[in-house]
Design a binder for this molecule. Structure first.
Ligand code: ADP
Length: 542
């Protein structure tokens, strides 16, 4: 290797060390699982991260070992994030809302040595523990307490464990391609699959996604990641916050609209991150109990499609910008972020609105293309729909514990999404390939139907699904949740659709239910809806 320039490996330890050194007093606010709010600093978080690493050394946990977490967004989780990864082990974040079957599968597949967990998950641990084959150390993320069921013994307590740790411990030296964190997909089709991020991929993701046309977070920001630290590294927000020394507010377990609104206001949050349903709840809380949010400027929203109707209400009524972003576990997760381009010739209003509602354009380090069903590349003309493929510095190569590559023969990852791209890379996502409605050889985008539905002033939430049809293979059925007090009916919504979509895309049936089934990562569980309503058109006239 040439020595003309210094070489230093890109590691997560360098991020926390930077925060500790140059942003030592910047505050980290953490809502505790058992109530109350704790205030600490980047320096104290860094000291505890070093203590975590050295305590794991004392326990004899080998380098490279996976250390799982079942935890909310809080400061102990943050200390584990850095202490485990920078200490040469792998932080394996686990989504506690998965089924017991998937959790047991994931923890055994990852062969975790250590399992850190929050107090709320004591009952879950009691159920899982007899089935976990490799976990040697169970660590409750609390000070010592006797307030735990006997069946959980033997148990270590996080704060006691750290007493055996050394804040002056030094990070071990290793290559930047060493694994740092592991996250499994949600496994809506088949068993979950593990995506292993390396230190290099993680640092490059942090640097690139925080460019001005990306998340653009600075030391003057106060960040509220509502996206869970248990799924895809909370979209990288802990690492971005450390890199720039931003103030960080970790919201704990209470993620209802009112609790979040309280935090947004009392902690003077400037930037937040969350899935669309979180912002729908915040909006409802804002409408019920209006209060000024003078500091809150923007939120990054992804994980599921953000409806243009909600973006507009936030912007016009509250002067808060919702920025649409796209990604997935396999892309660490940030792929695209919606930032406008400089345009010498202004766009038409309709074109500008279309682009604004889309998922944005790739950040540096991500490359996108569309292909047809035979893998042939399709034009990026803003019109042609195709299967979206991606490649880049923080895109999965092969899944954990699987020998086979996850990529196409020419090195791209097939996202399972369908969309359009224009010449600048603006992505407009139509659907998951498994959700798009195939009606008589044409595709109908469920995202478009849902956007039309929630633009209706009396509809709170909506999900469109493809339902088996005797003549057309599939036809759209729309399942809606009304706003409270509304009695809007199928006929009225039918008229609403007639005015807004081509006739052949109007849902054949519109149903109303009280709540939509949702995953912990903010996605409507459409397979459950298809299971329930999949046959309701089989008696339909052809
Ligand atoms: P899983 O663990 O189930 O794979 P991910 O959190 O990785 O879940 O979800 C990735 C998927 O979420 C994407 O492939 C896409 O279908 C959907 N998604 C993510 N962001 C958006 C967005 N902004 N608009 C629409 N869908 C999105």
């Amino acid at each position: 290797m040439s020595t003309f320039m210094m070489y230093q490996p890109l590691t997560s330890g360098s991020l926390i060390d930077h925060a500790a050194r140059y942003h030592a007093d910047t505050e980290i606010v953490s809502v505790n699982t058992r109530g109350g709010t704790e205030r600490t600093t980047w320096q104290q978080v860094a000291h505890n991260a070093h203590r975590v690493a050295s305590a794991l050394d004392h326990l004899g946990v080998p380098s490279g070992a996976r250390c799982a977490t079942l935890a909310w967004n809080n400061r102990r989780h943050l200390e584990i994030y850095f202490g485990v990864g920078a200490g040469g082990r792998v932080t394996h974040t686990v989504n506690p809302r998965l089924s017991d079957e998937h959790l047991i599968y994931i923890l055994n597949d990852a062969e975790d040595d250590v399992l850190f967990f929050d107090f709320s998950f004591c009952p879950l641990i009691q159920r899982l523990r007899p089935h976990l084959k490799t976990v040697k150390h169970y660590v409750l993320m609390e000070p010592h307490t006797d307030d735990i069921p006997e069946e959980l013994a033997p148990l270590l307590f996080f704060d006691e464990l750290l007493e055996h740790g050394d804040k002056n411990h030094r990070w071990p030296e290793f290559s930047e391609t060493t694994p740092a964190s592991l996250c499994y997909t949600s496994g809506t089709t088949g068993m979950p699959k593990g995506v292993l991020n390396t230190h290099r991929s993680l640092v490059l993701h942090t640097l690139s996604s925080n460019q001005p046309d990306g998340t653009g977070i600075s030391a003057r920001d106060c960040l509220l990641p509502v996206v869970p630290m248990f799924h895809v590294n909370a979209w990288g927000t802990p690492f971005i916050a450390a890199m720039v020394g931003a103030r960080l507010v970790l919201p704990g377990a209470k993620l209802d609209g009112e609790s979040l609104l309280q935090l947004l206001s009392s902690e003077c949050i400037t930037v937040a991150f969350g899935v669309p349903v979180i912002w729908a709840n915040v909006l409802e809380a804002l409408q019920n109990h209006p209060r000024p949010l003078p500091h809150f400027r923007r939120s990054f929203v992804g994980g599921a499609a953000l409806s243009p109707a909600m973006t507009e209400i936030f912007e016009t009524e509250h002067r808060i910008e919702l920025v649409h972003a796209w990604g997935m576990t396999e892309t660490s997760p940030i792929g695209t972020i919606n930032a406008p381009l400089h345009r010498p010739q202004p766009l038409t209003e309709a074109h500008a609105l279309t682009l604004k509602s889309g998922q944005g354009r790739p950040v540096f380090g991500i490359d996108l293309r569309l292909v047809d069903a035979d893998g042939q590349t399709l034009p990026s003309d803003g019109k042609t729909r195709g299967y979206l493929q991606v490649r880049g510095h923080w895109v999965v190569g092969h899944y954990f514990n699987q020998d086979k590559s996850a990529l196409t023969e020419d090195g791209w990852f097939d996202t399972g999404d369908i969309g359009t791209l224009d010449e600048h890379g603006y992505l407009i996502l139509c659907d998951r390939a498994k959700d798009i409605i195939k009606s008589g050889g044409e595709w109908i985008s469920t995202v478009e139907l849902e956007n039309v539905a929630v633009a209706h002033p009396e509809i709170q939430r909506a999900a469109a699904i493809g339902v088996t049809h005797p003549k057309w293979d599939e036809r759209p059925v729309l399942i809606c949740v009304r706003k409270s007090g509304s009695e809007v009916d199928e006929a009225a919504l039918h008229l609403w659709f007639q005015a807004r979509v081509p006739k052949w895309q109007i849902p054949d049936k519109i149903l109303f239910i009280d709540t939509l089934p949702m995953s912990a990562t903010g996605k409507v569980l459409k397979n459950e809806l298809r299971h329930e309503y999949g046959q309701i058109l089989m008696g339909a006239r052809t």
